[in-house]
Design a protein around this ligand. Sequence first.
Ligand code: DGL
Length: 272
Amino acid sequence: MIGVFDSGFGGLTVLKSVVQKMPEYNYLYLGDSARVPYGERSQETVYTYTIQAVDFLFKKGCQLVIIACNTVSSRALRRIQQEFLPGAYPDRKVLGVIRPSAEELVDRKCRKVGILATKGVVDSKIYTEELEEIDPPIEIFYQPCPLLVPIIEAGRQDEPRCDELVSGYLDGLFAQEGAIDTILLSCTHYPILYDAFRRHTPDQVEILSQGPIIADKLEDYLERHMEVERGLSRGGNRVFYSTGSLETFDRLAGVFYGEPIRAIPATLDSPE
Ligand code: DGL
């Protein structure tokens, strides 16, 4: 089984693309909607919450967990891989969304990239760090969009206020650099506002959502790691867990996932 974790609904935009590409596997989604947003929480808090989430997914039988959240990938992933997994689950894998997205920017030969993200991701400068290892001729410009996740989690993405916020954040980005060629929606919640981003962005600027990128890179990863692929159960099951209100999850999650969803309640505790 493949586990997919996000602080709320956003990871469903990634799950949707992954399931479209690889429908044969069983998937288990966990949204920590009771504690969303993570974007302004401390690194320590995000780490603690993520250990609880990963432990939950492993105990449910996942062999591989995708952290479908940039905030968690930037603030906790490395520590999970280096400190938590070796002692607690040495035979399981946890992958994030930053490295594959950074590789995509290189593959596409982008030059001036706008990263729209939560405050946590922007403060971490994680894309600059990841790209330094590859060292391509790419310049990164960060723009935090702190009000978008709360407004999306409240199901208010169609309100005019949301459009105004998107336009204001893009103004902030283009004020830094007018010749940006690519914008990466580096928060898995933002694809739900893709049309608004497109409306306020010059036509020649490409806007990338992470769902299709993660789906392609995951397929490639599984082809290269047959030992992981062989451990994944097949059957096309999809199970959804939420720590928050199930009524809200079922109502709003369908918008992200594109199909009706019935979630199961989840309680997250720290592993012993
Ligand atoms: N979807 C998460 C991300 O990609 C949202 C983070 C939050 O909870 O603020 O960053």
